[in-house]
Design a protein around this ligand. Structure first.
Ligand code: ADP
Ligand code: MG
Length: 269
């Protein structure tokens, strides 16, 4: 029965903007969908561009923030199908005068939870929720309502400075939502041909507990910029197969973390 269905929800969040949250959300959601997991990509950033990336009219779509304003809006009006049968999205919507990363915690908790229950009832297996930068306000409520969180972090020389703040943030999230599974930090925009970048990535690994950092690192690759500009996940570009493989690897790591019994299938480094 639908009422028993569970959807696993993963919030993609970080204190900082411009670290690759949206890029990770779109491409990771696509990686799961390609693998046959019924995936809903939710744009919970009022400045969001997830919808923009997949359907050109997303600015006109009714979306997540409209639902927070009026939970009477039927899910049918929110869920936008894509060409891939297992992949759909919810745009951020019109009611976007929210300060998503700030403001009081808890104000939208009930509605975010109602939203996720409706997503489950619609038969999705997985919800990937792209959030605005910050860990308060609506973003905090999304995290408090989610099963898991992953934190993209740009591999840059000063990245280490944000680590204490990051750990502090993670602790606060765990208090807020004790059943939250912290999947970990995903290093993004790593320039493998640049010592400063790979050293910064290695330094961040040193500062964080080993199981708190994904083995998979997202390389800096113009393909991601090109894909966004064309409104697509990278995997559907003609030459995007190589870049897609990185997100398939990230998907495998997440599957193993969500279901440790399966972890032998996904040996770690
Ligand atoms: P956020 O959602 O955290 O603000 P975005 O995913 O929008 O971050 O990324 C910020 C900018 O960096 C965008 O212009 C995006 O195209 C670019 N970008 C993100 N990830 C990569 C990457 N791995 N390689 C190259 N450019 C990237
Ligand atoms: Mg974003």
């Amino acid at each position: 029965h639908n009422s028993h269905r569970r959807v696993i929800s993963i919030a993609v969040s970080s204190q900082k903007g411009g670290v690759g949250k949206t890029t990770v959300s779109i491409n990771l959601a696509h990686a799961f969908a390609r693998a046959g997991v019924r995936t809903l990509l939710v744009d919970a950033d009022p400045q969001g561009s997830v919808g923009l990336s997949l359907t050109r009219q997303s600015r006109l779509l009714t979306g997540f923030y409209d639902y927070l304003t009026d939970p009477g809006i039927p899910m049918d009006r929110l869920i936008v199908p894509t060409r891939l049968e297992t992949f759909a999205l919810v745009a951020s919507g019109q009611a976007s005068d929210y300060e998503a990363g700030g403001g009081a915690l808890g104000a939208h908790l009930a509605r975010v939870r109602a939203f996720l229950r409706s997503v489950a009832a619609r038969g999705f297996d997985l919800g990937i929720i792209d959030t605005a930068a910050g860990l308060f306000g609506v973003t905090g409520d999304v995290i408090a309502s989610s099963d898991a969180i992953m934190i993209p972090q740009q591999a840059e020389p000063l990245g280490g400075r944000s680590v204490p703040k990051l750990l502090e943030g993670l602790n606060r999230l765990r208090v807020m939502n004790p059943r939250l599974s912290v999947l970990g930090v995903c290093l993004t925009m790593v320039q493998n041909d640049l010592a400063e970048s790979t050293e910064a990535a290695a330094a961040l690994r040193q500062l964080l507990p080993e199981d708190m950092v994904f083995q998979t690192q997202i390389p800096r690759d113009g393909l991601f910029v090109r894909a966004s500009a064309r409104g697509l996940p990278v995997g559907v570009l003609e030459d995007g197969a190589g870049a897609q493989i990185v997100f398939d690897a990230l998907r495998s790591e997440i599957e193993a973390k969500l279901d440790p019994a399966d972890s032998q299938r996904y040996p770690h480094g």
